[in-house]
Design a protein around this ligand. Structure first.
Ligand SMILES: Cc1cc2nc3c(=O)[nH]c(=O)nc-3n(C[C@H](O)[C@H](O)[C@H](O)COP(=O)(O)OP(=O)(O)OC[C@H]3O[C@@H](n4cnc5c(N)ncnc54)[C@H](O)[C@@H]3O)c2cc1C
Length: 485
């Protein structure tokens, strides 16, 4: 059975506890702050249901469903990577790159986990059974999984097990264990789209210290489970009119803090336990992270293509396309978008092979790691260029597009908003779109997202240096020193 949007919406109507300010949300599917986000994710299921090319049907195992999202597939060839690309691109295109955590993000991660199950075998705990049941469960239901892996610390200079971090008991840890599972408590950040997901993977993607053993665990939890609470940031879609906030009103994927209060997790959902190396290693020693980052690189080029198109429309409506400086700016933006696309395709073409020896391939690790640096540094520049092209028009936008219908001010607004050739209302709608994605709270959140969701710079820059064969590059430079005439 293909999972339809309505099935997904029914499934997430499960009594999950979400806080928005002092409001306890009764239904994420109906609440004014969340229903459009839920609808956006439901639309992705509908889009996929209408396009068989976004599925693959040769999933292994008797019990697996016939129709699994292509993102779940552990790939063995460039063609299979290309099939995944198609799904990532289709969903990114329909959301203009503004939904970072479409269900294919973690699905791609799971396809990386499953090729290296032994990575889940720790010194004291074997998570391989939990891994295979997660993979089966996720494929069977085409589940939408989010993750909360960031440790919230009071003192960033110390491990979770020391000082204020330990005293505040803020880190997620097992407080007791039984024959059937563990009870967990603590807080994790940041669950992007967690309020809309079927399950949340809770773990740690950052290296932990040996002393952090109690915090070194990975498990899956359903948001509706007793003791799970999600504290949401402000909603950007609440009550906004689509003409005034065309993207944020429809595509706010939300972010929330995950609070766990003595939550029971059965062993078949515990992936790693009390093991610093395994808890960290499942993300980095398997292709899981690379697969997710690759999905993100495809989403990113789709977002830049949308933004470059927006910049072009702004130039056109300002009558500035023939000005050479403006054309230069557009050229730079299109160039960045093309570079982003080339990284994604290049990572596939130059794929890496997994050391398991089973011929599994995944996007080139170095290219994918480099993409994180490129995206984090280019996105703020991109947004800056669009704001510059828009000029002050962004600021004299009427409060609502319906002001054009106001007999008292409509005529004056039409006069101000008339452009070279565009209809005044259409022109104002275009600038509302530009304001929405570049300059609102939603726009700022996206700039922050592109800079941080893949980790902080001190983490990914060091990681790039670590994996980059710097010695080999040094040898190239040494050859220049040692050349004889
Ligand atoms: C919009 C958004 C969505 C996100 N979604 C998710 C999600 O779905 N799941 C998830 O798990 N996480 C998510 N994150 C969290 C993200 O992974 C973290 O923000 C990121 O890993 C950085 O961690 P931090 O926020 O704790 O930064 P901090 O560790 O607090 O670092 C902040 C800054 O402090 C300085 N700093 C701190 N420590 C050091 C150090 N050791 N050396 C040098 N400088 C240092 C740096 O300037 C750094 O940029 C999201 C973040 C954002 C912004």
């Amino acid at each position: 059975m293909i999972r339809r949007g309505v099935d997904y919406l029914n499934d997430i109507t499960d009594g999950r506890v979400i806080w928005l300010g002092d409001r306890k949300i009764i239904s994420v599917v109906e609440d004014k702050a969340f229903y459009r986000g839920a609808t956006a994710f439901a639309s992705l299921f509908e889009q996929a249901a209408a396009d068989p090319a976004l599925f693959y049907s040769d999933a292994g195992g008797e019990s697996t469903a016939k129709h699994n999202f292509a993102a779940f597939k552990p790939c063995k060839s460039l063609d299979e990577l290309a099939a995944k690309h198609k799904l990532h691109a289709a969903w990114s295109e329909s959301t203009f790159g503004f939904i970072g955590r479409s269900p294919d993000y973690i699905a791609a991660g799971l396809s990386g986990f499953i090729v290296a199950p032994d990575t889940f075998q720790g010194k004291y705990y074997d998570g391989r059974y939990a891994l295979s049941s997660l993979y089966e469960r996720a494929m069977e239901g085409n589940l939408f999984i989010s993750f909360a892996l960031t440790n919230i610390k009071r003192d960033r200079a110390k491990p979770l097990s020391m000082g204020e971090n330990q005293a505040s008991q803020i880190g997620v840890r097992a407080t007791r264990e039984t024959e059937s599972g563990i009870f967990v408590s603590g807080v994790k950040g940041i669950g992007t789209a967690a309020v809309f997901s079927d399950e949340i993977i809770v773990g740690s993607i950052e290296p932990l210290q040996d002393s952090d053993m109690d915090y070194a665990l990975t498990f899956c939890v359903q948001p509706g489970t007793s003791g799970v609470e999600l504290i949401s940031r402000d909603s950007y879609s609440s009550c906004r009119n689509i003409d005034d906030a065309p993207i944020s009103s429809m595509l706010d994927e939300n972010d929330a803090i995950l609070v766990l209060k003595d939550v029971f997790i059965s062993w078949d959902r515990v992936l790693t336990y009390k093991d610093v190396q395994t808890t960290f290693g499942i993300w980095w020693k398997t292709p899981a992270y690379v697969n997710m980052a690759h999905q993100a690189s495809i989403r990113f080029y789709k977002k830049l293509e949308f933004l470059a198109g927006l910049a072009y429309l702004v130039g056109r409506s300002n009558g500035s396309l023939s000005i050479s400086e403006v054309r230069g700016v557009l050229g730079r933006l299109v160039g960045y978008a093309q570079l982003a696309k080339s990284i994604a395709y290049g990572a596939e073409r130059e794929f890496d092979t997994h050391s398991s020896g089973a011929d599994f391939v995944f996007p080139n690790r170095l290219a994918t790691y480099a993409q994180r640096i490129f995206a984090a540094e280019v996105y703020p520049k991109f947004i800056h260029e669009i704001r510059m092209l828009c000029g002050g028009s962004l600021i004299y936008l009427p409060a609502t597009i319906s002001d054009f219908d106001n007999p008292e001010v409509g005529e004056a607004l039409r006069l101000y908003w008339g452009g070279e050739s565009a209809d005044p209302v259409d022109r104002a709608r275009l600038f509302k779109l530009a304001w929405d994605v570049t300059s609102t709270e939603f726009g700022a959140r996206h700039a922050h997202y592109e800079q941080f969701y893949q980790g902080a710079p001190h983490v990914y820059l060091n990681q790039m240096a670590e994996y980059s064969h710097l010695e080999a590059l040094g040898e190239i430079a040494e050859r220049a020193l040692n050349r004889s005439i």
